[in-house]
Write a protein that binds this ligand. Structure first.
Ligand code: TYM
Length: 334
């Protein structure tokens, strides 16, 4: 039996991924790659919807790919590649943009947030059509499942709408994909502002745990995480967002239940709890960081693996794109 397709991706928008990317997405990817025919892209075309330095973007792209591999994505098993190396992404995005309503795109909350942050004049049209490119990423591979964090849910819903619209207008062409969102870990919060989502592009770095940070820096950030005055290690998202977030991270990385962790730290202070979490995070990050840095020492080898995988991706993508061009009525080269 052929395996169902899985697609997901991350932006190379920082030198390192953060723990939200790791828990909210990468851990699921790693667990799912055996059961699915999985495609994992480093979405550099998405990253340039906000200004990037060219040399740094290339570096961040390699670093992101290295972190996928270091975290356990196997390039011989899964198709791990760089989005811009497969031109079909941009080509399908154009076609889909002609099916997307202006108002529909305007309702995307991530665009609203980002354009507010950068201001209307410095927000590009690319930022506006970002979700359409994301739909192209997913639909090109006849994807069945899309494992993502909670912040991408609206984009996957738009993808479903566009697939259904295309199918009803031009005939069955696209698989309609389902988002896969792990409820408990779908949103990891900033350690200093535990009501805001943790993000690579956060203004302050103090509450963001980076996979590639020096382990001592990570340890310090955990010890300084914002808690509350209540003093008990108890999960209460509303009243104790800081502690709840730390408990979520602890449970996700150990595979334990939140209750068993609460029990372990009953009657003990936050200091002990944070030390415990620090040890868990350091033990998880250390080998990933070491492996990623090792892979980055040989960029030519990494580039070769990515190129091979891009060939594999292109083959799958071209099949869908050809069907799309045919249905839409574009004249084939004779
Ligand atoms: P990006 O690069 O912002 O994030 C990559 C993945 O990490 C998840 N994530 C989080 N999960 C839990 N808590 C957090 N604090 C947190 N921060 C990030 C995201 O939900 C995502 O799954 N638009 C996408 C990239 C993309 C994509 C795609 C994803 C482009 N095309 C096609 C899936 C399918 C993005 O910016 O992710």
């Amino acid at each position: 039996m052929t395996k169902a397709r899985l697609f997901s991706g991350m932006q190379p928008s920082a030198d390192s991924l953060q723990i939200g990317n790791y828990i909210g997405a990468l851990m699921q990817w790693r667990d799912m790659q055996d059961a699915y025919d999985a495609f994992f892209a480093v979405v550099d075309l998405h990253a340039i919807t906000v200004p990037q330095d060219a040399a740094q973007l290339r570096d961040k792209t390699r670093r992101t790919a290295a972190q996928y591999i270091a975290a356990g994505i196997e390039p011989d098993k899964s198709t791990l590649y760089v989005q811009s190396q497969v031109p079909a992404h941009a080509e399908l995005a154009w076609i889909l943009s002609t099916l997307t309503g202006f108002g529909e795109a305007q309702r995307m909350t991530q665009f609203k947030d980002k354009s507010q942050r950068y201001g209307a004049d410095s927000s590009s049209v690319g930022l506006f059509t970002y979700p359409v490119l994301m739909a192209a990423d997913i639909l090109l591979y006849q994807t069945k499942v899309v494992p993502v964090g909670d912040d991408q849910k609206q984009h996957v819903e738009l993808t479903r709408t566009l697939a259904e619209r295309f199918n009803s207008r031009f005939g069955e062409t696209f698989q309609v994909p389902d988002p896969v969102i792990q409820k408990e870990t779908a949103r990891i919060y900033d350690l200093q502002a535990p009501t805001s989502k943790m993000s690579k592009s956060a203004e302050s770095q103090a509450g963001v745990l980076y996979l590639l940070d020096d382990i001592n820096v990570t340890a310090k950030k955990i010890m300084r995480a914002v808690t509350d005055n209540d003093g008990t290690v108890r999960y209460d998202r509303e009243a104790k967002p800081g502690v709840a977030n730390l408990l979520t991270i602890y449970a996700a990385l150990t595979g334990r239940t939140v209750e068993s962790i609460e029990d372990e730290y009953a009657g003990r202070g936050y200091g002990d709890f944070k030390k415990g979490l620090r040890d868990v995070v350091v033990a998880e990050f250390e080998p990933v960081r070491a492996r990623a840095l090792e892979l980055l020492e040989d960029p030519a080898e990494l580039d070769r693996a990515l190129a091979q995988n891009a060939d594999r991706a292109s083959e799958a993508a071209e099949e869908t794109l050809a069907a799309v061009y045919e249905r839409v009525g574009l004249l084939r080269r004779g």
